[in-house]
Design a protein around this ligand. Structure first.
Ligand code: SF4
Length: 713
């Protein structure tokens, strides 16, 4: 029984809405999910947020794609046209699976055979399973013939991962979120966990109640500020100034952990020399945080028995995102706050499986388990394992791929065809006019999704896929837990499991793949992936996941319980030490000026998930937040003669949107915050595609805009 409702069955799975990875039970009646309960999973212990509790009716939405679709002859791809998911018949016709697959794979194959292996690219998805990510990147590498494969990790933590791989030799977290219960101090920077990782935020709030000091460092004072011991509201774009000031204080005041630095770190002298010029007194006018507060936080961080750093996109989505993360690694290391309970580094992962998809090799420079494609020894192993030669050059990243689509005809690396599985770059990329123009200009675009997304609207062939509750597979959460999701429902109409579709495309591109077993051979795919990633998940068999639902890696044998804390004795770097990398202040690529005087900050909000294709079709979530809003400080509203609810036009050099303003005094003066989930007011029309040179992540957190009263929302 659920309340007064009798259910037909209960199915255990994982929430698909964020990287926290809460375990859930679906309550199914008459082939519908009528409610969801939190399970006693290691990340949630029965807790769920509003998305996990009320967000699942998107699965039953009448706009689900149920038949393969093919663009009608002569219907142009118009990048400026707003998709109308209810009227797709004007653009597409229905097709059989055989016809659609032949057209989809045939078009890709023709481009590959005519223009060579650089002519194609693929975007996989962090919303799908590990098995789907693994198989998708294998298809691109062995079927398309290049490393032009990427996914939305490029838009979220690519810079963090670049810094972590360089500094500590591993791109994943050192400690799990729950470990905040062991900390004396928690530094949360560039993250809005109550909105974006709500259940994880409950562990932080619980810790604060027990006396743990939370330091919230962010240009926006978000809800966690109510629970913070200190709030450091710094000016947007000044992360390096803040963090170097903390490191400066710790070294200058003799608070560094000398034994840790001596025995476990390298390059300390270069770091020390670099931060000499970053005293809190010198940095305060730059970052806006008073020098005494910077010193106080630095002292408490260094002196704490255990201090943990958690960060989000506010750190990573800058042209200096890698430098920001380098500073966090240095801060933890000089203080010896890493490799023990309650202390360490935790980049909070956004998408439910962005950790797992990256682990599985859905990135252009790495094969599974972050093994570089340009390492001949690694490549030889995979060539033997997969039975085919592999490209030795890293592929292009998300934003670079769009640029290569619009490259000159003569460019030998011009991309002409794409296969997009479960991503929506027509909403999630920066500078959307550019991205949509690129998608529309492709000679052949295949999109596999559950709704007629803004990207699918520009496709030649649309393949109807399965929602998360309609398939079985594993995902890996922000805590390095591999967790099993189980199928509760059949897909609607002729929609098919993604794993089946990938295999059908592969077979039509001359790949002789055979994955036998139930659910499109998901267990067989997992076992192959486990071999490819034996260094970290050798001990996590499919049978074990069926028994335990969730196992933390690294896990090297069946009786290994997994390692919730890593780097306890050494780092997986060539010399076993953490490498300290100095960073200097690099300004944002586009600063405000007299013509565009405000800073645009984009991000997520509690009720909506990324580009909104799922949550905006969840009745409760969309009822709570039905429209895009621009959050601004009350003083800025007054100065512009605006009241909450008024309409404004926000305009950058690349695009504009009209929407209602909302008063939020946590938003700093001179800035406007807009969530990117709303196609009617797509924030990414305005964002700057400038990239961090290491992580190749766009600067979503900073560009110059005008805010003008009036407009048509
Ligand atoms: Fe789902 Fe994340 Fe909410 Fe947990 S915190 S219920 S995983 S959206």
């Amino acid at each position: 029984m659920v309340g007064s409702q009798v259910v037909d069955r209960k199915v255990d799975s994982v929430c698909p809405f964020c990287g926290v990875g809460c375990l859930v039970t679906y309550n199914v009646r008459d082939e519908k999910i009528v409610s969801v309960d939190g399970r006693d999973g290691p990340a949630n212990h029965g807790r769920l947020c509003v998305k996990g509790r009320f967000g699942f009716d998107y699965v039953h939405h009448d706009q689900r794609l149920t038949r393969p679709l093919v663009r009608k002859p002569g219907v142009p791809k118009d990048p400026a046209q707003t998709p109308d998911p209810a009227n797709w018949r004007e653009v597409f016709r229905e097709a059989t699976w055989d016809e659609a697959l032949e057209l989809a794979a045939g078009g890709l194959k023709r481009l590959r055979d005519t223009h060579g292996n650089k002519a194609l690219a693929g975007f996989g998805s962090a919303k799908g399973s590990n098995e789907e990510a693994y198989l998708f990147q294998k298809l691109v590498r062995t079927g398309f013939g290049s490393n032009n494969v990427d996914h939305c990790t490029r838009l979220c933590h690519a810079s963090s991962v670049a810094a972590l791989l360089e500094g500590v030799g591993s791109g994943a977290v050192s400690n799990q979120v729950n470990d905040v219960g062991q900390a004396e101090l928690i530094l949360v920077i560039g993250s809005n966990p109550t909105g974006n990782h709500p259940v994880a935020a409950t562990w932080m709030k619980n810790a604060a109640k027990r006396g743990t000091k939370i330091v919230l460092a962010d240009p926006r004072v978000t809800d966690l500020g109510r629970h913070a011991w200190r709030v450091m509201q710094f000016k947007p774009d000044t992360d390096v100034a803040v963090l170097n000031a903390l490191i400066h204080t710790i070294i200058e005041e003799g608070l560094a952990d000398e034994a840790f630095v001596r025995e476990r770190a390298s390059n300390f002298e270069a770091l020390r020399d670099n931060v000499r010029g970053y005293s809190p007194e010198a940095m305060a006018p730059i970052c806006g945080v008073p020098a005494p507060l910077l010193r106080e936080v630095a002292r408490e961080f260094a002196k704490a028995k255990a201090a943990m750093i958690l960060w989000g996109m506010g750190v990573s989505q800058h042209v200096h995102g890698t430098d920001n993360a380098r500073c966090l690694i240095a801060l933890a290391s000089v203080s010896g706050q890493i490799g023990k309970p309650g202390s360490g580094l935790h980049p909070l992962r956004g998408q439910n499986n962005v950790q797992g998809a990256s682990d599985a090799g859905l990135i252009p420079m790495m094969l599974p388990n972050y093994q570089r494609v340009d390492d001949a020894r690694v490549r030889a192993w995979f060539e033997d394992f997969w039975g085919t030669p592999l490209d030795d050059k890293p592929g292009y990243t998300v934003v670079e791929i769009m640029d290569k689509v619009l490259a000159e005809e003569a460019d030998p690396h011009k991309i002409r065809g794409m296969y997009v599985m479960g991503e929506n770059p027509a909403m999630s990329d920066p500078d959307l006019h550019h991205a949509r123009e690129a998608l529309a200009s492709l000679q052949h675009l295949v999109v596999q999704d559950i709704f007629m997304t803004e990207t699918a609207w520009l496709a030649d062939v649309v393949l109807p896929a399965s929602a998360w509750p309609e398939k079985t597979g594993t995902v890996s959460n922000t805590d390095r837990m591999v967790q099993l999701g189980r199928r509760a429902l059949d897909p609607p109409g002729d929609a098919k499991p993604d794993l089946w579709i990938i295999q059908q495309i592969a077979q039509r591109m001359d790949l002789d793949w055979r994955y036998e077993g139930e659910e499109s051979g998901v267990a067989a795919v997992y076992e192959e992936m486990r071999q490819a990633m034996h260094a970290v998940i050798a001990g996590i068999s499919w049978e074990r996941l069926e028994r335990e639902s969730s196992v933390t890696y690294p896990c090297l044998s069946e009786d290994d319980p997994g390692q919730p804390i890593v780097f306890t004795d050494s780092f997986p770097t060539p010399d076993g030490r953490v490498k300290l990398v100095p960073a200097d202040i690099i300004p944002a690529a586009e600063r405000p000026d007299a013509e565009f005087p405000f800073v645009l900050i984009t991000g997520r909000q509690l009720e909506h998930w990324h580009t909104g294709s799922m949550t905006r079709r969840a009745a409760v979530l969309d009822a709570i937040e039905p429209m895009a809003t621009a959050s601004m400080n009350g003083e800025d509203l007054r100065a512009l003669g605006l009241a909450p609810g008024d309409v404004v036009t926000v305009r950058s050099r690349r695009g504009e949107v009209a929407l209602h303003v909302r008063r939020d005094d946590g938003t700093p003066g001179g800035a406007v915050f807009i969530p990117f989930a709303y196609y009617e007011a797509a924030a990414n029309l305005m964002t700057n595609p400038a990239l961090d040179p290491f992580g190749k992540i766009p600067e979503f957190k900073y560009c110059a805009v005008q805010v003008l009263p009036g407009g048509k929302p």
